[in-house]
Every structure is written in C-alpha cells, then in structure tokens.
Design a protein around this ligand. Structure first.
Ligand SMILES: C=C1C[C@]23C[C@@]1(O)CC[C@H]2[C@@]12CCC[C@@](C)(C(=O)O1)[C@H]2[C@@H]3C(=O)O
Ligand SMILES: O=C(O)CCC(=O)C(=O)O
Ligand SMILES: [Fe+2]
Length: 353
C-alpha cells in the first residue's frame, strides 16, 4: 500500500530509533519508566471471563463471530488453515531479525515520514516515556529493508514474509465474508471486494513486535494502549503472554493468553465505522515479562487506501442513526497520526442528521 505513506508525509514522526540496549539493562531507566502497572500483572489470576475461541469449521461460525465482534471486539480462531510450519518460520525469521546488532538493524530504520522499516512504533510520539519494545513494519515487499539488514542473505526472510502475507490476505478475505454475513450484509454490498468477492485489492501491513525481558515489568510498557486502524488485525503471539484487551464491562484489562496454533483477531476502527458502531474496535496493549522475551506478528488488513468506508446503509435505522461520515484508510491514518486514540470523534456525524 504505497499510497499510505501519503498519510504520514504530512505528519512525520522524529523518533530517535537508537534507543536502549535492552539486553544489558539491569533496571528500568527513567526514560522507560511508566507509572506503576501492578493491575496488569495480576490479570491472568483473577480473570473471570475469557476471550471467545471460535472454530472456523463450526457450522454456527457466523453467529459466533458476530457475537464476539459485538461483545468483545476480539476473538481467537482455530481451524484457520495457516500451517504450524509457516507460523514457526515467521517466528524464527522475526527472532533472527531482532537478534541482529542494533547498528545493523538501524540500517533499515523507518524514515520519519515512512511506514515501513525498523524502529519504535509510530505511536511512541504520543507518550513521554519510551516503550519496552522494538518493531519492524513491512508494507508490500520486504526486499529493500531485508537487503539492508542482510546484504548477502536476505532471501529466506523475504520468502517467508511473502508467503505469510499471501496466506494472511486469503484468511482476512475469508474472515471478512463471515463478518459481513454476521452483520446481515452480502458480499455484493461491498464494492471494493471485487469480482467473486476475492478482496484482491486491499491494504495491509505486517508488524513484527519484539519485547525483550524486562527487569521490572510493573514499571515498563511493551506497547501502549491503542486500537488498530484498519478493518481487522490477525495476531500471532509466541508462547509468552503479554497481549491484554480492555473490557469496558468491568473496566479492567484482560489477558489474551496464547493458545497453541490459534490466532487472535481484533476489530479495527474501520470495521467499527462500517458496522455503524455495532462492532467495537478493541483497545489493547502489550505488557512485558521479567524472564521471557516475546515476539508477536500482527497482520493489519484494510480496504484500498483511497476507498471510502462508511456505515453500511442497511445498518442505519431510525433507532440507530448514522454515526460516522465516510472516510478512507489513508485519510483516517492521517487523522490518527494527529489525534491518535481520539481519532474517531473527528469523523463522527451529528446523530440527528
Ligand atoms: C496500516 C497501518 C496501521 C498501523 C500504521 C500502518 O501504516 C502500519 C503499522 C500499523 C501499526 C502497528 C502497531 C500499532 C499501530 C497503532 C502503529 O503505530 O503502527 C498500528 C497502525 C494503526 O493501526 O493505526
Ligand atoms: O504484541 C501484541 O500482542 C500486540 C501487538 C499489537 O497490538 C499491534 O502490533 O498492533
Ligand atoms: Fe494493535
């Protein structure tokens, strides 16, 4: 999605990517010290409810997905068809990348107005403290950055990431059809789905996140709370937990444990808009661990950058007036680049109109 860079060109983020050497840190320095987070660490022990697990082969899959999107905005999927081998390959390529010396990784540093490359996540600019993580974003071909990282040995990384992108794209299209059905919509209702509703033309990014072990996890933040902007995110987390979702009901953070072989699906802001707020984009964050490092691989999937997404007319009723104006992913990302977690109100329509 090269046109997405337009969204960031107007809002360059000057992050100083040469940050802490996490491996040798004996304590959390002031630059990375967040207000104490004791609640998140007890998450697992006291969680009374858990994120739904949905078998994509279940005959009632559509009902389950609709219910999960409405009540949670996040769910695990099993029977998704992505091979264990591919998940393990993508994980080992991610580890390979983050274990490179810092100076080498910085050769592929993301530019201030760019989308792809190595560095701190873009949202870091909204916080006064730094996060306990490193990221690498792939948009389109990973070739250019992979060559900077491994001048003579980049092919395997590219092959694995390209295969992952291809499989995730197929799975996203499949999930989108189930999601549309759960909203009572037909594939014909979504013009940009293209012939045979194959969703050939879409915008996507792979975000590799690396969370080193941390001497004091109560004072550090792996990835600060945010919602994802596009339609859906499919997340593969390694065997170490860290992902948490905010539960409006109960007003607390719930840990999403890694379930071997399953993937986590998040509702993004554009799906919230398309569903006229029936589905909620889930607020989530990643916490860190005292002894274990953690890798996660997020695939963020949306419509072509300039296609306008608006609340589906079938979901607008006298009881549920249209809540948002139309917005493209590109425009939405530029609003988000300015207003971050407060972006949705900027496209909210007066409910009485
Ligand atoms: C398509 C995109 C969504 C994203 C910005 C991006 O251009 C590529 C990276 C994505 C990501 C991943 C980590 C969290 C996030 C908020 C961020 O800073 O970069 C998301 C962005 C998003 O969903 O807005
Ligand atoms: O690491 C995680 O579990 C969350 C990652 C995430 O939210 C993202 O990449 O957008
Ligand atoms: Fe996210």
């Amino acid at each position: 999605m090269p046109s997405l860079s337009e969204a960031f060109r107007a809002h360059p983020v000057h992050l100083h990517h040469s940050h802490l050497d996490f491996g040798s840190a004996k304590e959390v320095p002031d630059t990375h010290a967040w207000p104490p987070l004791d609640e998140h660490l007890s998450g697992d022990k006291f969680d009374v409810e858990s994120v739904p697990v949905i078998d994509l082969g279940d005959p009632n899959v559509v009902t389950h997905i609709g219910h999960a999107c409405e009540t949670w905005g996040v769910f695990h999927i099993t029977n998704h068809g992505i091979s264990k081998q591919l998940l393990s390959d993508v994980e080992s390529q991610g580890r390979h990348l983050f274990s490179l010396p810092t100076q080498q990784k910085l050769k592929a540093a993301r530019q201030p107005d760019g989308v792809a490359g190595y560095g701190l996540v873009r949202i870091s600019s909204f916080f006064s403290k730094l996060m306990w993580s490193e990221g690498f974003t792939i948009v389109g071909s990973p070739l250019e950055h992979a060559r900077q990282l491994w001048p003579c040995d980049y092919i395997q990384f590219c092959n694995v990431m390209e295969e992952y992108e291809k499989e995730m794209k197929k799975l996203s299209g499949r999930l989108m059809l189930l999601i549309l059905e759960s909203l009572g919509l037909k594939k014909e209702d979504v013009e940009w789905a293209g012939p045979a509703a194959k969703f050939e033309d879409t915008c996507a990014a792979i975000q590799l996140n690396w969370y080193p072990a941390c001497p004091d996890p109560t004072r550090a933040m792996g990835l600060a709370e945010h919602t994802d902007s596009p339609l859906i995110t499919i997340l593969h987390q390694s065997s170490t937990s860290g992902l948490q979702v905010f539960r409006e009901r109960g007003h607390r953070w719930i840990t999403v444990p890694p379930l071997s072989g399953s993937l986590v699906v998040n509702v993004g802001d554009l799906l919230h808009i398309l569903s006229n707020a029936r589905f909620h984009s889930v607020l989530h964050r990643a916490v860190v661990n005292r002894t274990r490092q953690r890798l996660s691989v997020a695939y963020l999937w949306g419509p072509p950058a300039h296609i306008e997404i608006s609340p589906s007319p079938q979901l607008v009723t006298p009881d549920r007036p249209r809540l948002y104006r139309a917005v493209s992913l590109s425009e939405y990302l530029s609003i988000k680049a300015k207003h971050f977690n407060n972006a949705l109100p900027f496209i909210r329509r007066n409910p009485l109109v």
